[in-house]
Design a protein around this ligand. Structure first.
Ligand SMILES: [Zn+2]
Length: 389
């Protein structure tokens, strides 16, 4: 016996989406290979090509004409929480508008929950995502809003994913309602000290009812000084300074981007910050969708994620986001699939996921369908699942 990892070939893949830059062209924007095979060695992709040329391996699987894709990358989720907000959802569907204040309901439930309850919720939601083809999930804190509760949320998140984001600046908690500046001092001081060791990213909800541009800048700059990379909840409910701040500070992503000025679009097109659209939020809050075509026309990198959270989008389904992007935001099926895989990898500044090429992680999703176009063509049908080799 040796320690060499087992190799497996998957043959007769009806349509393989590689997102491999060496295969992408104007005519083939996803680097598709028809009638393809993939060789997996351990946890890595070792080879891709025509099924007829597949090399010998230890094991052999037959995809029987089904499509194979890079696992979906969900670059924006809030999974560490307790309770739900069914009553708020029902009220909103009866005509009440959404404001940022509902977050405080979840904060109270999360503070009251045990570690085991929070960890169980994260595990349940990650398993749910995996069953729908998502193999990487970013998750944030932001429902603790005390030094203890934020640090514990990040510690729990880090046990389940390497993409962990400190979001102490989600909203000002009730005990600081009369002293928001004091809360920003905490977020950039003692809370940051406790949280930075568990996180890769720092985020802020830059929005009316949450944090203004000056407060958001203070939060992000403090995080950068501690080695965290920014990402920003920007321009969700109103025009605001979030997008310009994100680009100026070199954030990996500006998330939401629902209300943009021409200056915002120009900044995104010229910077290193991708635009992550979260159409499940507009769907769940019955709000106008972001203008994906405007961003794409300007050359902005557009990404799709779920924003899975108990208030404004309680869905972990990347296939649903793809279907919404295609049917409600005018993205093509190819653009939406790329945005949910390779694009989303850019939002996490990763090159080992969102792509199927030699050396990439063997994070693969199989469809009970011959083409990725069925993700939008058959909305709500559970055709995607992560492949466990
Ligand atoms: Zn969010």
């Amino acid at each position: 016996m040796t320690d060499r990892p087992t190799s497996t070939v998957i043959t007769s893949i009806g349509s393989l989406v590689t997102n491999d830059p060496s295969l992408i062209s104007a005519d083939n924007p996803l680097g598709l290979i028809p009638d393809a095979a993939v060789v997996i060695d351990g946890d890595r992709v070792a080879w891709t090509g025509p099924s007829s040329k597949a090399p010998p391996t230890d094991n052999r699987l037959d995809a029987a004409g089904r499509a194979l894709l890079p696992g979906f990358v969900d670059s924006h989720a809030h999974l560490v929480f307790a309770g739900d907000r069914t009553a708020e959802f029902a009220a909103r569907m009866s005509g009440r508008p959404y404001t940022a204040g509902g977050i405080r309901t979840t904060v109270a439930a999360t503070r009251a929950a045990s570690d085991a309850e929070l960890a169980g919720n994260v595990a349940r939601l990650l398993a749910e995502a995996l069953r729908q083809g998502t193999t990487t999930v970013e998750t944030k804190s932001g429902y603790g809003l005390t030094v203890h509760d934020e640090a514990r949320a990040l510690r729990i998140a880090a046990e389940h994913t390497s993409e962990v984001t400190y979001l102490g600046a989600h909203v000002v908690p009730p005990e600081y309602a009369d002293d928001p500046a004091g809360y920003v001092d905490l977020v950039t001081g003692g809370m940051l000290d406790a949280c930075a060791p568990h996180a890769r990213w720092i985020d802020v909800f830059c929005e009316r009812g949450a944090f203004d541009g000056d407060q958001a800048r203070a939060v992000l700059e403090a995080g950068v000084a501690r080695g965290l990379t920014p990402r920003v909840h920007a321009n969700q409910l109103t025009h605001g300074p979030g997008v310009l701040l994100a680009v100026e500070l070199g954030a990996a992503s500006a998330d939401h981007c629902t209300h943009l000025t021409d200056a915002d679009v120009d900044a995104l097109a010229g910077g290193d910050t991708v635009a992550t659209l979260l159409p499940g939020v507009e769907f769940s809050t019955r709000s106008p969708y972001p203008d994906a075509r405007r961003l794409l026309a300007a050359g902005v990198t557009v990404v799709l994620a779920t924003d899975c959270n108990p208030g404004t989008c309680y869905s972990s389904s990347m296939p649903l986001m793809i279907a919404l992007a295609v049917r409600e935001m005018g993205m093509t099926p190819d653009e939406a699939l790329w945005a949910a895989t390779a694009g989303a990898a850019k939002a996490l500044r990763r090159t080992d996921i969102g792509v199927i090429r030699p050396g990439a992680r063997a994070d693969l999703t199989v469809l009970a369908a011959p083409s990725h176009r069925h993700l939008a063509y058959r909305p709500g049908v559970p055709i995607a699942r992560a492949l466990e080799c």
